[in-house]
Design a protein. Sequence first.
Lengths: 184, 236
Amino acid sequence: MLGNTFILLSANGGGFLSSLNNPDGLNLGDIIVTIVFFAILMVLLKKFAWGPLMGIMDQRAELIANEIEAAENSRLESHKLLEEQRALLKEARENAQSIVENARKQGETQREELITAARSEVNRMKESATLEIATEKEKAVAAVREEFVSLSILAASKVLGKEISEEDNRALIEETIVKAGEGR
Amino acid sequence: MNHENPNIVFLGLNFNPANILMLFVTCLVVFLIAVISTRNLKVKPTGMQNFMEWVMDFVKGIIKNNMDWKTGGRFHVLGITLIMFVFVANMLGLPAGVVWKGELWWKSPTADPVITLTLASMVVVLTHYYGVKQLGTKGYFKTYLQPMPFLAPLKIIEEFANTLTLGLRLYGNIFAGEILIGLLATLGAGSAFGLIGAVVPALAWLGFSVFIGAIQAFIFVMLTMVYMAHKVETDH
């Protein structure tokens, strides 16, 4: 291939060949030196320059990726926390409302109960008073009746001038009074 | 401009000590630039580290333009070394050519066709090596029959043409640049009148040569990756 090259180039004229200047043929030594130098340079640079540089660039890429991920994570977390807080707040508000509602309901029931109890107490008292009044009236009537019997007997004995045996006539008189009561 | 090149024979091989000297200087400069700029590596880059990382990303971009990064990642080191090497080599001859006893000692190593063709051959041999490694021997030979079997002779010629164009393009650009710089320098050194006439075009051409040197380094690496992609990927 290189032979072809030089045939091709020699058509150019002497200027080119003089720059090649290889009186004994091909500059094979230069070719070897070029390749060896380039290979050594590449190996050395890979070890001392490109390798570390690529390492640091990868490290940076990783760092940036991590940072982005961390930022994304913290954003999601804060979003989650915010939602949680919002839910808690809502729950608390609902709780408060239900507590107030309950208290009001309880108060109302209590009031109802109190009123009912008071009313029934009043009724009971009224009834017992009525009953007592009736009993007292009965008693009073009985006492009056008894007193009236005694007075009647006393009056009759005064009228008759003789002692009427209270025991003998009491039954009779009482019967009369009952009759009079019935007749009235 | 027809300077002789120094020549020594060692172990039956012809050596051009000027080439060896310039290759050594190039390697040294590249190595020093790379090592100095990658001291004190930090996750948060500063100074020269930024520049080196830019070079790496630049080469990475070239590779990614041509192939999948999964297959192309292994050529990253080759690409960075190659672009730095060719660029520095192109720059070295710009300040001046040094001629000692009629022999040209200081020049761009890439202004010598032996060196550029060696680099080009090395790249093409590497593409064949990785082609076989990546696709297997059968898959490698199959690529010669695609897209049409009767194009196989063209595909074989293409391999040689690739090598030649890759090497000679670089050589031609840099050699021509140096010749023109040399001519302008000769003109400027000739007389006071010539100096006045030569300063402006010499400066312009120097600037343009820097541009050409950078562009040629980029083209060399890009074509390397293009050839590599042709060999290691099936769907091209």
